[in-house]
Design a protein around this ligand. Structure first.
Ligand code: SF4
Length: 237
């Protein structure tokens, strides 16, 4: 059940989940987790590794599948991570699933672009979140290129980061460095933007090429960090 891509709805109460990773130690720090991927994203990042979750398709899975999934994993998994796609695109389903997760004794965590701070604010007020991974995709002037759409969502993301800080929720800010971002001025502007948001440490993920970190991008990042003595501020993944 559940794993892989969508299948036809089997009941009335369906949720827009496109796939599940049933076991992960990488998606929420220090926790044994499963990942539920929402089916749909407003962005078209040129480096996206979850492109199959970009289109907004009709909801596919009955809630009962998730009830069963959670019941079968009590005492084994600690955390359910909502990822995507973009969970904040689906506030009602996110609320419903989070309620189910917490009711069954699991923790809830979130991966998001932070594109809807209002939704995030309500969500964070309504549910005790274990952890959030939020994407700061680029400096303001590079945001449209990094998200692959015309609108500029830098300020929305900045607002979401402030919300997480104010709410005292543990979070990690991460950026995927892809070839078009690999210019000294752009990286310096990104560092300045993160610092202006009061972030103490950020994670830079190396763009993948054929399933492996692009060696040119990785070398460029390492050189940039070394030259700027930015080791304490930037963690490379
Ligand atoms: S926000 Fe995430 S899921 Fe959406 S297009 Fe960008 S990388 Fe892909």
């Amino acid at each position: 059940m559940l794993y892989g891509t969508n299948r036809a709805a089997a009941g009335a109460a369906v949720v827009p989940i496109g796939g599940v990773t049933p076991f992960s130690t990488l998606d929420c720090p220090g926790r044994i987790s499963a990942v539920f991927y929402f089916q749909g994203c407003p962005f078209r990042c040129p480096y996206c590794h979850n492109a199959e979750f970009q289109p907004v398709n009709p909801p596919a899975y009955p809630m009962s599948d998730f009830t069963d999934f959670l019941r079968e994993r009590k005492g084994f998994l600690e955390t359910i991570v909502f990822s995507g796609g973009e969970p904040l695109l689906f506030p009602e389903a996110l609320d419903e699933l989070t309620g189910l997760v917490l009711h069954n004794g699991f923790e809830a965590a979130l991966h998001t672009s932070g594109f809807r701070p209002g939704v995030l604010k309500n969500y964070a007020a309504d549910f005790p979140l274990k952890w959030v991974g939020i994407d700061l995709k680029a400096a303001p002037e590079d945001y449209p290129a990094a998200t692959g759409i015309e609108g500029n969502y830098f300020e929305k993301t900045a607002e979401s980061i402030r919300i997480l800080k104010d709410a005292g929720i543990p979070f990690e800010v991460r950026t995927t460095i892809f070839p078009a971002l690999l210019e000294r001025e752009k990286l310096e502007s990104l560092v300045e933007s993160a610092r202006n948001l009061g972030i103490n440490q950020t994670v830079w993920q190396v763009y993948s090429l054929g399933g492996r970190p692009d060696p040119r991008v990785k070398a460029g990042i390492i050189e940039f960090i070394r030259d700027g003595k930015l080791e304490p501020f930037i963690q490379v993944r």
